[in-house]
Ligand binder design. Sequence first.
Ligand SMILES: Cc1cc2nc3c(=O)[nH]c(=O)nc-3n(C[C@H](O)[C@H](O)[C@H](O)COP(=O)(O)OP(=O)(O)OC[C@H]3O[C@@H](n4cnc5c(N)ncnc54)[C@H](O)[C@@H]3O)c2cc1C
Length: 414
Amino acid sequence: MTTRTEILIAGAGAAGLTTGIALAQAGFAVTVAGPLDIRRNGRTVALFEASLQLYRALGLWERLAPHSASLERIRLIDDTGSLFPTAPVLLRADEIGLAAFGANIENADLVAALAESARQTPGLTLMETNLVDYLISSEKVIARTSTGDSIEAQLLAGADGRNSLVRKWAGVGVKEWSYPQTAITALLWHERSHRQTSTEFHTRHGPCTLVPLPATADRKHRSSLVWLMRPDDAIRRMAMDDSALAQDIRKQTHDLHGDIGLEGPRGAFPMAGLKCLRLTSTRVALIADAGHAFPPIGAQGLNLGLRDVAQLAASLGVAGRRDPGCAAALAHYESARRLDVASRIAGVAALNRSLLIHEAPVDFARAAGLAAMSHIGPLRRALMREGVTPAGRLPPLMQRPRRQEKPAQAPVRA
Ligand SMILES: Cc1cc2nc3c(=O)[nH]c(=O)nc-3n(C[C@H](O)[C@H](O)[C@H](O)COP(=O)(O)OP(=O)(O)OC[C@H]3O[C@@H](n4cnc5c(N)ncnc54)[C@H](O)[C@@H]3O)c2cc1C
């Protein structure tokens, strides 16, 4: 059987589902195809203000907010033991006029809530099936599902993650590299409050970060853990029982939150980077991890991916409603995303390498950078703004609505 749609989105992860909802709300007929992955593996995402604004604009934030904890402060602690020790740096959202930098939410909760919204969005069909191959021509794309059906579309958006099949079939060149690091993720309960502060310990093998999570009925203080370490240490720690691993985490985080325990399963993710030569090809746009990937440092991954989503919606709007896969729309998307994507990939790679390279000049430069951030207010605020609401024009869906002019006060009747 062949079904027809205007836009086919491969991948029902956070990026694919958000793209589907945004484009269906813009009036397109959209199909999102992909299995739903709502396994609990201790993985969360910190979403910054521009991403929250996207979810507010799409009317989704009310569904996501109850699962999330706000991030009002970020503390950076140099734990490398370098010859140039620096004092901890505290970044406060209110310094840049925000109540919070963003919010942290468990991946599984995010995907489940987006899938529920997708099912209720008019114009959007969610098919929980893999796409196995594609026929791409200048007029249309035909995708085959794992059940042998076909879907025909004018635009194929590849949101099928780091090992994107869409990218392969579209012939987009890619540069991939790996790091000698694995991230262990887990959800934790703890004795003391996180006080809405995310704390990053910068170690010689990468950051170990505790990010606030909301309270549950039985646990008042909770955080998620993202701990980058050597792959052999990750194998050893993944084999530990919960209480032994909790003790290790407590030691690594210098007893910051007091007694600690693990909640549910953990995850282990080998660290790698990926950069595409282009984000588009004939009738194809790549979105989020299908187009770029890097280690979770500074929580940039999905935030960057959601900027792709918001920009694709804007670029399709600019090109008009007639053909969402036309060359003009794709060229607009490509040129609007190039700089942001390239600068995030380079920035995260540089930060990560500055921890992994044990050389005095690199240590000195990192220490000088942290000290400057601590002491030079305008620099600190510029960096905070860049991390949360990046320079350059954000796509309209991510822009905060201008404050309404105060209506002139009606004259008071005597
Ligand atoms: C440990 C860790 C912590 C992180 N923390 C943060 C953070 O705090 N903040 C942040 O912004 N980012 C963070 N990231 C990055 C973020 O998780 C990713 O950028 C984000 O999950 C990418 O979403 P995606 O939808 O593009 O890809 P994925 O989540 O990989 O989803 C891709 C989807 O495509 C589907 N798929 C694959 N092949 C096919 C096919 N052939 N047909 C149909 N469907 C297919 C898959 O089943 C999957 O559902 C973190 C990453 C890691 C590893």
